[in-house]
Ligand binder design. Structure first.
Ligand code: HEM
Ligand code: HEM
Length: 154
């Protein structure tokens, strides 16, 4: 059987799309944070958001939808097969949990108002989001290590 059919590696296009989408997702979130907290503009009317701030969020919302499609595309083969074969389950479960919480808090940022709750949802969303890059890197490193260890014993 072809090697790729046995391993959990993604096809090259699938892998590149996943990296690009998650990279831009995280970058746009961090971009918004930087503009929001460090680049607001002082005018005669006081502190106002930088004119580009909103564009980071518009892009972020767009890429978030694409990230959810990518997430869905990983379920039938990547996640299902690895889960059945008990490969990289721990860090995979952390990735899935993070995606679910990011989606729910992202939804909350759109639809749950309230002076008290919104800042908390925002904080929960972006702290977890900022850690997503490290989680993904850890997930990939652990997955590769398991593959290499497996291939040595085969
Ligand atoms: C949001 C969820 C997930 C994302 C975004 C994700 C993404 C990735 C990416 C980009 C790779 C590197 C693939 C490559 O080098 O071709 C990878 C590797 C891997 N993932 Fe996931 N994954 C997720 C969930 C899971 C889950 C839940 C499991 C296990 C049940 C899992 C098991 C693995 C394994 C075993 C590898 C190593 C593949 C290899 O190099 O042989 N992943 N993952
Ligand atoms: C599944 C992944 C994610 C989804 C579905 C998602 C979704 C969303 C949505 C819907 C919003 C509200 C947009 C608006 O108000 O116009 C938002 C805002 C935001 N997201 Fe994400 N996001 C995800 C991942 C991330 C990541 C990885 C980061 C990295 C830092 C991040 C950082 C932010 C920030 C800073 C905001 C603005 C918070 C605020 O308005 O107070 N998000 N996200």
């Amino acid at each position: 059987m072809h090697k790729n059919l046995l391993s959990n590696r993604l096809g090259i296009i699938h892998r590149r799309l996943t990296y690009a989408c998650f990279g831009v997702l995280i970058l746009t979130g961090l971009g918004w944070l930087y503009f929001h907290y460090f680049l607001s503009v002082t005018t005669d009317f006081g502190q106002v958001p930088h004119p580009l701030e909103v564009w980071w969020l518009k892009l972020h919302g767009l890429v978030a939808m694409a990230a959810l499609i990518i997430f869905g595309s990983l379920m039938p083969i990547h996640i299902r097969r690895a889960w059945h074969h008990r490969k990289n389950r721990g860090s995979g479960a952390v990735m899935v949990a993070a995606m679910i919480v990011l989606t729910l808090t992202g939804y909350g940022l759109y639809y749950i108002g309230g002076e008290e709750l919104r800042p908390f949802i925002s904080w929960a969303h972006w702290t977890l989001g900022s850690a997503l890059m490290l989680m993904l890197m850890g997930h990939i490193a652990l997955g590769r290590r398991a593959r290499n260890a497996g291939s040595k014993t085969c």
